[in-house]
Design a protein around this ligand. Structure first.
Ligand SMILES: Nc1ncnc2c1ncn2[C@@H]1O[C@H](COP(=O)(O)OP(=O)(O)OP(=O)(O)O)[C@@H](O)[C@H]1O
Length: 451
């Protein structure tokens, strides 16, 4: 139960407030000293403070003094000062000192209840924000207070200032790129480029020229000399994602660049010196790849001078809730949604889920939940995590599950978009033609626009 401290020497008012605040733990003090003693002992979120305190109740000075002491000791406390009728001057003084609000006698139970309840809510929100910012370590955008992520962050912080080649290991979607970028941001190279390249997403025959650049005429279509990603990262950091997918043929050239810090463009003969910090990442077991000879051992040692393991989301305790709250705040603005938070069952479901796709999966689930949620709170069901849904899916195959989820999402987005087809497509992240073809496919005749 939340604690409210009432500082007032009038026993009648103490009684009245005791009755008005049956849902709080109400404690009392009748002068400045006892107020401070109660504050230290109970750490109330909200204090109502009568400015007219003994020994000189007709004068506000003792009350203002008490206010200053309270805010000095516990600046996060929300203090509502109670002043005599028409004592605007002292009310304003109190606000200047940092009181949350003021209230003029005589006390009206309904009004003071609203004031206190708003102050409690604000206190909770501010506390949540404080926790959130404390849980963001120096590593830029890495949110999480679990021991496992803090450990990884501390390790990354330590190596950021050096040029040591770093290998980030972790499942897909755990935040390897976020780590790489944070290492760059904390390093002396922060004002130079951070260049990322994903070795798995570029066809093998293009990766070499993408990385090393090429000279005019090096191959058909090479119309002009073009620098590669390595050169564009000059002075900064090169992030090689999915290094385990680098073709074995290219690995020798990579090794030379890492050892000698010079490159040659494809088709070129000139050696170009480069000054670059290299951070690599992979979700593969590089040591096993070395053992089966699909990854060069010398390159492995070169890129993994230090290794940082990024833990999967399921091993990060309640970070999932912290991350979910952060993303929710961003998505609800982005999608203009009125959702305020998560139901208890949603939080429980998030804590239980295994998150095979890690943070990226969490982001995707949250985006659709923000769009689909019908009430103020996101339910487990909106996240597609309801235990009932799992039970109900036992009789369906994967295609049926997908179709059911898709048609449900289309219908809800359509309602949310007030039947506007362009907006519906936008909310769902698909094009209008795709939306129309899905509507046809699922025979959703009632939302089919009349042609
Ligand atoms: N600790 C974190 N705090 C906030 N956002 C994070 C955190 N870690 C990851 N993210 C976000 O999660 C998403 C996935 O992160 P990222 O792309 O860095 O993962 P990855 O491990 O590199 O994935 P992949 O291996 O698939 O490339 C990004 O949108 C990123 O901004």
């Amino acid at each position: 139960m939340d604690t409210l401290l009432v500082v007032d020497d009038d026993l009648g008012i103490q009684k009245q407030l005791k009755w008005s605040f049956s849902d709080y733990d109400v404690i009392f003090a009748d002068d400045r000293q006892s107020a401070i003693a109660q504050l230290r002992r109970f750490e109330p979120k909200v204090v109502t403070l009568d400015l007219g305190l003994p020994p000189d109740p007709a004068n506000a000075s003792e009350g203002l003094e008490a206010l200053a002491e309270i805010l000095n000791l516990a600046p996060q406390t929300k203090v509502i000062v109670v002043t005599g009728n028409n004592d605007k001057e002292n009310a304003l003084k109190a606000i200047q000192l940092g009181a949350y609000d003021f209230y003029q006698k005589p006390i009206d139970s309904d009004t003071i209840r609203i004031l206190v309840s708003r102050a409690m809510t604000l206190f909770d929100l501010e506390q949540e924000n404080r926790q959130l910012s404390q849980s963001q370590p120096a590593m830029g955008k890495i949110i999480g207070s679990s021991e496992s992520i803090q450990q990884a962050s501390r390790r990354a912080e330590k190596i950021a200032q050096t040029d040591i080649s770093t290998l980030l290991l972790g499942e897909s979607g755990t935040g390897k790129e976020v780590f790489a970028r944070s290492i760059h941001d904390l390093s002396a190279r922060r004002n130079k480029p951070f260049v990322a390249i994903n070795c798995a997403s570029i066809p093998e025959n293009l990766l070499e020229s993408e990385l090393f650049g090429y000279e005019k005429g090096a191959f058909t279509g090479a119309n002009k000399t073009t620098p590669g990603k390595i050169e564009t990262a000059q002075g900064g950091t090169l992030f090689l994602d999915e290094i385990g997918d680098m073709p074995i043929g290219l690995q020798a050239k990579m090794l030379r660049f890492l050892q000698e810090r010079v490159i040659e463009r494809v088709g070129g003969r000139q050696e170009i010196p480069v000054d670059i910090r290299v951070v690599c990442a992979t979700h593969r077991d590089l040591q096993a790849m070395v053992a089966e000879q699909s990854f060069r051992e010398d390159l492995f040692y070169r890129v993994s001078e230090i290794t940082i393991r990024i833990p999967p989301l399921r091993d990060r305790d309640s970070d999932v809730v912290l991350l979910a709250r952060t993303f929710l705040a961003a998505y609800k603005d982005e999608y203009g949604s009125k959702v305020k938070g998560f139901s208890e069952s949603a939080i429980e479901a998030m804590m239980k889920h295994r998150w095979p796709g890690n943070i990226r999966e969490l982001q995707n689930k949250l985006k659709s939940a923000v769009i689909l949620a019908e009430g103020n709170l996101i339910q487990a069901d909106d996240l597609g995590l309801s235990p009932d849904a799992v039970g109900g899916m036992q009789n369906l195959n994967l295609r049926e599950v997908r179709e059911e989820a898709e048609s449900r999402a289309i219908r809800q987005a359509w309602h949310l978009a007030e039947q506007n087809m362009s907006r519906t497509a936008e909310l769902l992240g698909i094009t209008r033609p795709t939306l129309y073809s899905l509507i046809d496919k699922y025979r959703m005749d009632d939302i089919k626009p009349s042609s």
